[in-house]
Design a protein around this ligand. Sequence first.
Ligand code: PGA
Length: 250
Amino acid sequence: MRLLIVEDYDELSVRAAEMVAEAIAWKPNIVLGLATGGTPGGCYRELVRMHRERGLSFAKVATFNLDEYLRLPPSHVQSYRYYMDENLFNLVDVKRENIHFLDGLTMDPERTCREYENAIKASGGIDFQLLGIGSNGHIAFNEPSSSFQSRTRVISLSEQTRNDNARFFHSLDEVPRQALTMGIATILEARVILLLASGVGKAEAVAKSVEGSVTEMVPASILRTHINCTMLVDRDAAVKLTMQSLSSQG
Ligand code: PGA
């Protein structure tokens, strides 16, 4: 895993967007795995700017988002589908039929998850996966103790995650208790992974993931075993690393 430490959130967002844009230039019909949350917003803003100013095109790109709250309709402002429409999909030339999303309103979650896995396989697999990290070390909604073998499934959100995400809702009570999420094994099959972490709130999760044991109690720690994973973090998210000067662990 490669660890890149940048100055601040703005630099992180620009660097991340450049990496995504380079990947699209390399393979215009790339299959992108996309993340939601506070962290990737700056990267999406930058990609939209590149689309407008430099003609970066998503016309052949296919996307698969990592996760979705269970029982939130796509029209709900806190659904991840709504987030993606507002922050990226409605602002670039991606084709609607190439956007893949877990259906939070499904009546048959197991089938929905199975079909999502099949759709990823049918697309040829995810070429480039963008990830955030939870303050508890989760990736997508794979909470601590999730199996490294896990595939797309229903998950109960931890109290820490519900508390972290309550800032986007009117109250903690409104935060859904369950979600659909790609599994850890699903994520690890991506050819390239880029994890973004910003702010002191992520410092402990970053330090545990990079320097602690590889353990299912810290889901992001498994990324160290991936052959092409970059962790792009800002100074604040890096403050708890003891070996900051080593920017590459091989
Ligand atoms: P955040 O969430 O970007 O809103 O901090 C990241 C995550 O939970 O994966």
